[in-house]
Design a binder for this molecule. Structure first.
Ligand code: FE2
Ligand code: FE2
Length: 187
């Protein structure tokens, strides 16, 4: 894990580095609370944004050259494309072979139907880590988790707030975001 931390320090901005370390810590803590593997959670948290600072054009080039299985809609979604790319780098640079870890990294931005506990933990740790997530939206999520002690309920609130905010700002909503919202609603 030491070499990963060194790599992140070298390749990410100061703020993203702090965010990554804090996400790992938060994920580890949540894993302990919710009976997940703490080491897996910590590693997935550390690496979840490792590709985030690769320029968009470069990301598209990697996807093409390495024949990554990412559909067109996802490739168009600039803001979330770093998730599958980070999973790819985790495998390629850091030899992470555990599919649960790779999947938690892969789906940390929009989630998916039928999320595992580890996937839920990374999704939420990314949003509630206390070092860089200071806006009211994140505070709401921390409060919800504390109040309900439920990953599912907190994920649902996150999904609801995201969709409301997209509507308020006249922004398009990816159909996957709606799918995940419907899934969470039925949990
Ligand atoms: Fe991310
Ligand atoms: Fe993140």
């Amino acid at each position: 894990m030491e070499n990963i931390i060194d790599w992140l320090k070298e390749n990410l901005s100061e703020e993203r580095f702090v965010h990554s370390i804090s996400t790992a810590k938060t994920a580890k803590k949540l894993a302990k609370e919710f009976g997940e593997d703490e080491n897996k959670a910590e590693l997935a948290g550390l690496l979840h944004d490792c590709a985030k600072e690769i320029p968009y054009e470069e990301m598209k080039k990697i996807i093409k050259e390495e024949h990554l299985d990412i559909d067109e809609d996802e490739i168009k979604a600039k803001k979330v494309l770093h998730a599958p790319l980070s999973a790819h780098l985790a495998k390629k640079i850091f030899d992470v072979t555990d599919d649960e870890i790779l999947s938690a990294i892969r789906f940390h931005t929009i989630g998916k139907i039928g999320m595992t506990t580890l996937e839920k933990i990374i999704y939420l740790a990314d949003k509630i880590e206390p070092e860089t997530r200071v806006e009211p939206y994140f505070e709401e999520l921390r409060k919800e988790l504390k109040k309900t002690n439920s990953l599912d309920k907190t994920l649902l609130l996150s999904s609801q707030m995201t969709i409301k905010s997209l509507v308020d700002r006249n922004l398009p909503i990816n159909y996957k975001t709606i799918e995940v919202y419907n899934y969470l609603l039925n949990q």
